[in-house]
Design a protein. Structure first.
Length: 59
């Protein structure tokens, strides 16, 4: 059972990282620097732990 939980957490981390990367890239396409784009993406995305908790609740 623990293996499944660890696998699910790893998958969730990867998915969140992918979404953050995509949002950062979108801001860069709009002409923002990487640093500014990342900062904006993190602000829009929200707190990582809070987002993870919301995802877990939806499962």
């Amino acid at each position: 059972m623990r293996f499944r939980w660890n696998r699910a957490e790893t998958d969730l981390e990867r998915e969140l990282a992918h979404h953050l990367h995509e949002l950062t890239a979108e801001y860069q396409r709009q002409g923002r620097s990487y640093e500014e784009a990342l900062r904006m993406a993190k602000r829009e995305f929200g707190g990582r732990e809070q987002v993870k908790e919301q995802c877990r609740d939806e499962r």
